[in-house]
Design a protein around this ligand. Structure first.
Ligand code: G1P
Length: 297
C-alpha cells in the first residue's frame, strides 16, 4: 500500500543569520540572493516540484520581508504592465503564492530546529510532512525532494537526505548510524546530532531535506534537550529507528551550504555558470581571474 501523499512542508526560517552580519541586520538571510533569486525561492520551487501544496514558514521577529516577498505587489505589477515588460511580469508572478497556501507561525524563542518544526504541529495534524532548510541549496536534474518522495513511497518511513562528508566535518552535522546499506537508500539504526570529533558512527551526514511521519511531532512533544542544549530534530527522528522506519537517502545532485560564506560564494559561481544568459561573460571573467592569480604567484 502506498503511504499517504506528502502535501505539507515546513520551512524553518526563524534563525538570526548571524554568520551573515551585517547584511542580516535588516534582511532575513533567506532573502539573500543567489544570482537574482532569494534563497527561499529555490526551496519553494523544489517543494512545489515534489507536489507540496501547503507551505508553512516558522518565522521570528524581523522576518516580515519574507512575508512581503510571497505576496502580490500590485504597484510593481501595474508599473511593469504599463511599460510592456511582460517577461518580468511572468517572473514576478512565479513568486506569488495562492491564497491560503502559505502560513506563518512564530517561534518566539530560539530553542533549536526540533522546536521550530514542533511549532507547526497543529498545521501538520496527522499527516506526513516535508522539512526543507533553505540554507542547503541542492542543484539536481530531478529536484532532491522529488527524489525523496520516491524513496518515501518505497519505504513508507522517515527519509532524510544524506551525503558523505569528510570525517573531520561530521561534527557539524546530524550523522547516520547505518544498519543496512542498500545503495541510494540506507536503513539507520541510529542518528547523532553533531557528534564530538572521533565519535561519529559513520561519515554519512544528514542534509536539510526530510520527509517525516507525524510520529516525529509526538516525539518532539517531549521537548528533550540534545546537542548544544537545543531541541534537536535529529533526536526525535532517531527515536523511530527501533521501529525500523528511518532511512537515509543519498540524493543525486550537488549540495551547497549557503549557511556559510564560502558555500554561498561557491553556489553563486555554480548557479551563475548554469545560467544561459550569464554563462559566457561570467566564465570568461573567471578564466581571466584565474590567469591573473596564476601570473601573480
Ligand atoms: C541542521 C541539522 C543537522 C543537519 C544540518 C544540515 O544543523 O540539525 O542535523 O546535518 O542542518 O545542513 P545546522 O546546520 O542548522 O546546525
Amino acid at each position: 500500500m502506498k503511504p499517504k501523499k506528502v502535501t505539507k512542508a515546513i520551512f524553518p526560517v526563524a534563525g538570526l543569520g548571524t554568520r551573515f552580519l551585517p547584511a542580516t541586520k535588516s534582511i532575513p538571510k533567506e532573502i539573500m540572493t543567489l544570482v537574482d533569486r532569494p534563497l527561499i525561492q529555490y526551496a519553494i520551487d523544489e517543494a512545489r516540484a515534489a507536489g507540496i501544496k501547503e507551505f508553512i514558514f516558522v518565522t521570528s521577529r524581523g522576518k516580515s520581508a519574507l512575508e512581503d516577498y510571497f505576496d502580490v505587489a500590485p504597484e510593481l505589477e501595474s508599473a511593469l504592465r504599463k511599460a510592456g515588460k511582460d517577461q518580468l511580469l511572468d517572473i514576478l508572478k512565479e513568486t506569488n503564492m495562492d491564497s491560503g497556501a502559505i502560513a506563518y507561525i512564530r517561534q518566539n524563542r530560539p530553542m533549536g530546529l526540533g522546536h521550530a518544526v514542533w511549532c507547526a504541529r497543529r498545521l501538520i495534524g496527522n499527516e506526513p510532512f516535508a522539512v526543507l532548510l533553505p540554507d542547503d541549496v541542492i542543484a539536481a536534474e530531478k529536484p532532491c525532494l522529488a527524489q525523496m518522495v520516491d524513496a518515501y513511497e518505497q519505504t513508507g518511513g522517515n527519509v532524510v537526505a544524506a551525503m558523505e562528508v569528510a570525517p573531520e566535518k561530521t561534527s557539524s552535522y546530524g550523522v547516520l548510524d547505518i544498519a543496512e546499506d542498500m545503495g541510494s537508500i540506507v536503513k539507520a539504526k541510529g542518528m547523532v546530532e553533531k557528534p564530538k570529533a572521533g565519535t561519529a558512527p559513520s561519515n554519512l551526514a544528514v542534509i536539510g531535506r526530510y520527509i517525516l511521519t507525524p510520529k516525529i511531532m509526538t516525539n518532539l512533544n517531549k521537548m528533550k534537550q540534545g546537542a548544544g542544549g537545543e531541541i534537536q530534530l535529529t533526536d526525535a527522528i532517531a527515536e523511530e529507528v527501533k521501529s525500523g522506519k528511518v532511512f537515509g537517502y543519498r540524493f543525486r545532485g550537488q549540495r551547497y551550504d549557503c549557511g556559510s560564506k564560502a558555500g554561498f560564494l561557491q553556489a553563486t559561481v555554480a548557479f551563475g555558470l548554469a545560467r544561459p544568459d550569464l554563462r559566457d561573460e561570467f566564465a570568461s571573467y573567471l578564466n581571466d581571474m584565474i590567469a591573473l592569480q596564476k601570473a601573480a604567484q
